[in-house]
Design a protein around this ligand. Structure first.
Ligand code: SAM
Length: 322
């Protein structure tokens, strides 16, 4: 097991199935152009082999499938089939929900029971303004169907000044009524927002403001979370829970256990570092050759982690998987 001097190790792996996405969210994609799949994306089998090797080399226990938008990837079914036999404690998926209803049978068959659905507003016009694609009704129908089929749903919302602050309470009530857990994600200085400080500061909404808004309608109390959790979690007695991923206000780098594998075969140990380590070639090698080389790269990837706080990263989230 590779452990750093802060006691951190890689336990959670996020695999980006593709850089392609059917949205072009304002905070993720600078110019509104849809991101397409990279020419050199790995096959479903190579990515699944990556997961298998990383279970052994790094001690990965939990997998989250992400993107880009994982549900648009033609590799989804092959990847799901290939990882189904791997010894993982948990497999979950992050999606914008647009194609969720259609893909539910495949997700269910692969044993996925937990979904994170990104949804920034319940207002159809604001939805199209922020996501620059997609259709709100399809997302809501997909979540409803998934919930009826026993999937546990967390909804990810990025609250932004001038964009969707009026949606904090409606979205929270919508989730509480349906047994979904809403997660507010503080806007991150990623991609174009890392270099455009003004655009970031104009839109950024922090933990205190979110809690202040919620406090106008609900009484809540903070509850305990695992040591490597990214979200602060709160209970609204008798109604449900919500969380805040407060990467700016309450940085969680000290407990971070995340490792990311991109669709083109790059390992990222930290969202806030521009370092990355190519493993695409290793994933074509047999296990006994790949594992020692992989371990050497994992030491470097772990050293890339910030000591204390996220300080921004030039990489676009959709390229390395949110
Ligand atoms: N397409 C999938 C989705 O929409 O959930 C998975 C990929 S998306 C990049 C994963 C998450 O990253 C989404 O919840 C999105 O809101 C979040 N995200 C992207 N850029 C962000 C930023 N600059 N700050 C905060 N969250 C961001």
């Amino acid at each position: 097991m590779i452990v750093d001097r802060q006691g951190r190790r890689f336990r959670n792996l996020r695999v980006s199935l593709t850089a392609a996405c059917n949205y072009a969210c304002t905070y993720c994609v600078p110019n509104g152009k849809r991101l397409v799949a990279a020419q050199d994306e790995l096959s479903a089998q190579a990515l699944a082999r990556g997961v298998a090797y990383l279970i052994e080399a790094a001690g990965i226990e939990r997998l989250r499938i992400t993107g880009g938008e994982p549900l648009v990837s033609p590799r989804l079914d092959g990847f799901l089939a290939a990882i189904a036999k791997l010894p993982l404690d948990d497999i979950s998926l992050t999606t914008n929900g647009q194609l969720l209803a259609r893909k539910l049978p495949a997700l269910h068959a692969a044993g996925i029971r937990r979904l994170n659905v990104s949804l920034d507003t319940l207002d159809p016009l604001a939805f199209r303004r922020i996501a620059r694609g997609g259709d709100l009704a399809s997302v809501l129908a997909g979540m409803q169907r998934a919930s009826e089929q026993g999937m546990r749903i967390k909804v990810n919302m990025v609250p932004m000044r001038g964009q969707n602050l009026d949606q904090v309470l409606p979205l929270l009530d919508y989730c509480l009524e349906r047994g979904f857990e809403l997660r507010f994600i503080e806007l991150m200085r990623m991609g174009h927002l890392a270099s455009d400080r003004n655009a970031f500061l104009q839109q950024f909404v922090g933990l205190d403001q979110v809690l202040g808004l919620i406090g106008t309608e609900h009484a809540f109390e903070q509850v305990d979370v695992p040591v490597d959790a990214t979200a602060l979690r709160y209970q609204i007695p008798g109604k449900g829970h919500f969380g805040v991923i407060a990467n700016e206000s309450v940085p969680f780098c000290r407990g971070c256990s995340r490792l990311r594998l991109s669709s083109t075969g790059w390992l990222h140990g930290c969202l806030s570092s521009s370092n990355r380590h190519f493993v695409g070639d290793l994933l074509e090698k047999p296990r006994h050759q790949a594992l020692p080389a992989l371990q050497r790269l994992l030491v470097k990837a772990l050293a890339d982690k910030q000591d204390v706080a996220f300080s921004g990263g030039v990489t676009v989230m959709k390229v390395i998987g949110g």
